[in-house]
Design a protein around this ligand. Structure first.
Ligand code: CA2
Length: 144
């Protein structure tokens, strides 16, 4: 089983500022958590981060017939990108949406998520642990 984890803009800056919102874990420890989770569950977990919407669309398209599941934190593109939603619909791969912070308790402009209508689950506000939960959920969802 192969799961692709996609992180959107500024996720590579985690741990540098706003620890009250995003926690103290940096991007490298997130990558380590993903690797450890893959090893623990005996599955392949690949991580991709980009600050560019088109690169994220390209990566989703490239995942077609190569990955069994996607975990995506589109970051700011969550609230703006129909292109990422359309790419997920186009490839038809089961996807879980993850947010590090509790977006439901934040600004009005963060209340819209374009990808949510496609995703089989949304996990928000659990910090980087949310990615681990998403991978565990997807593994079970895919084999069912
Ligand atoms: O809570 C999340 O995971 C978000 O997807 C993170 C995005 C934000 O735009 C979404 O509304 C919610 C931001 C990514 C990280 O941004 C940073 C900001 C300051 C310092 C470090 C990272």
């Amino acid at each position: 089983m192969k799961i692709l984890v996609i992180n959107g803009p500024n996720i590579n800056m985690l741990g540098i500022r706003e620890p009250g919102i995003y926690g103290t874990q940096d991007y490298m420890s997130l990558r380590k958590l993903l690797e450890d989770t893959g090893n623990e569950l005996g599955i392949t977990v690949e991580e991709f981060q980009s600050n560019h919407e088109g690169d994220i669309v390209d990566k989703i398209q490239h995942a077609y017939r190569r990955f069994d599941g996607i975990v995506i934190n589109p970051a700011a593109y969550t609230h703006t990108s129909v292109a990422i939603l359309d790419a997920l619909k186009a490839v038809g791969i089961p996807t879980v949406e993850v947010h590090i912070s509790d977006v439901s308790a934040r600004e009005d402009f963060r209340q819209i998520s374009y990808v949510r209508e496609y995703c089989v689950k949304t996990i928000s506000g659990l910090g980087t642990e949310g990615y681990r939960q998403a991978i565990i959920f997807l593994k079970d969802y895919i084999v069912r």
